[in-house]
Write a protein that binds this ligand. Structure first.
Ligand code: HEC
Length: 128
């Protein structure tokens, strides 16, 4: 009897931990753009060149370079990016604000990458 109860409790614990494992995977891996930006601990003095260009090159510039200027938008130099910083469209599209086309079109940037863009803009959006 005791053995069966122990087995039963063991099974519940096992199922419980597997369920939590799946839940965690979903939150972290499947839904980019989820999570709390405050937990990113984005550093001060974000650098356009070191922090943002790698994100832009991977996530945006396949469509927004001088040859493939989707929507007639080019983002692969600071001077081309700056107008979209100033008119608010850069943060608007990456935050998937209504009224603007969500970018990238197929997904959402990672929460911490969005936080990097936001911090850089709050710090003055320098060509640094
Ligand atoms: C798969 C191709 C593709 C990728 C990747 C992509 N875009 Fe776009 N983007 C487009 C197309 C197509 C348009 C124009 C049509 C539209 O507005 O939906 C556009 C339009 C825009 C616009 C203009 C929106 C407006 O309303 O004027 C901005 C700004 C922009 N993209 C920024 C970005 C940023 C930032 C990224 C990366 C985080 C990105 N895009 C990634 C295809 C892409």
């Amino acid at each position: 009897m005791i053995y069966r109860i122990t087995l039963f409790l063991g099974a519940i614990l096992l199922i419980g931990s597997v369920e939590m494992g799946c839940y965690y995977d979903n939150e972290e891996d499947l839904y980019n753009g989820g999570g709390d930006p405050d937990s990113c601990n984005v550093r001060d003095n974000i650098s356009y060149m070191d922090d943002l260009v790698p994100i832009l090159d991977t996530e945006c510039n396949t469509c927004h370079n001088a040859n493939d200027r989707f929507g007639n938008v080019i983002l692969d130099t600071y001077d081309n990016l700056a107008p979209y910083v100033n008119n608010g469209k850069l943060m608007g599209v990456i935050n998937h604000e209504s009224g603007l086309s969500p970018m990238p079109p197929s997904s959402k940037l990672e929460t911490c990458d969005i936080a990097r863009f936001e911090k850089w803009i709050n710090e003055g959006a320098a060509d640094n």
